[in-house]
Design a protein around this ligand. Sequence first.
Ligand SMILES: NC(=O)c1ccc[n+]([C@@H]2O[C@H](COP(=O)([O-])OP(=O)(O)OC[C@H]3O[C@@H](n4cnc5c(N)ncnc54)[C@H](OP(=O)(O)O)[C@@H]3O)[C@@H](O)[C@H]2O)c1
Length: 245
Amino acid sequence: MSRHVVVTGASSGIGAACAQAFAANGDRLSLGARRTDRLPAVVDGAFCHALDVTSADSVEAFVTAAVAANGAIDVLVNNAGLARGTEKIAEGTGEAWREMIETNLLGLLEVTRRVLPHMVENHGGHIVVIGSVAGHKAYVGGGVYCASKRALQPICEAIRMETLGQNVRVTSVDPGMVDTEFSVVRFRGDENKARGVSKGTRPLLAEDVAECVLFAANRPAHVNLDTILVMPTDQASPQMVHRTT
Ligand SMILES: NC(=O)c1ccc[n+]([C@@H]2O[C@H](COP(=O)([O-])OP(=O)(O)OC[C@H]3O[C@@H](n4cnc5c(N)ncnc54)[C@H](OP(=O)(O)O)[C@@H]3O)[C@@H](O)[C@H]2O)c1
């Protein structure tokens, strides 16, 4: 049966690939991002709406419009997120820290708290969180980004406890290096620096991560995949990567 799947940050990378994977699976999509001009091309016929997860008003408007357009939400893919800069803690700026925490942590909470009551009311649903290997292991220059991702683990655990018996599944899909616009955003548009991140190695594709998300969502209702940590074969930890050049 066709499910209503909501994807945040669907204008690019992993979010766009998740939207396409669910669409190919026959599900109905509601897509949100700030760059709304990009959304209609992601999935033909999907409901598209502006979403800035750092604005409570924007989140409220997005969730209300998605439910009005596509009905009860069955699956939420909490994907919107970013890293900003690679400064060490002593050299960091409050601005970049706040942007990461407001987007990756508080933004995810704002979306989730508006969607969860609908799932409980409708006797079930699936919250998927796109975490990161950075949430499992810190690295130099990534302390605050890593913190914003590690913080998602207790949130997932708490939701499982708080919705126990109400058929709500919670899955964290935590990728290693993925070839998306992530590094261009992190380096504030510096394409050269961004290319350096995956130079000489073979990162995951956004589609590889989307397959993991769809796999989790397509398990029978009594099966909850807690965490999927998915890394490129050539990556052993956030900063330990095999390179041929
Ligand atoms: N690429 C990697 O190596 C990697 C590894 C592990 C985890 N991740 C995680 O994967 C997720 C997706 O990243 P990606 O790699 O696909 O990067 P990406 O290509 O830069 O995509 C990020 C998406 O998040 C959206 N977004 C950012 N801030 C937002 C906001 N305030 N409100 C709504 N949407 C927002 C962007 O849309 P707009 O700019 O249009 O709003 C975009 O669609 C992130 O949570 C990231 O932390 C990435």
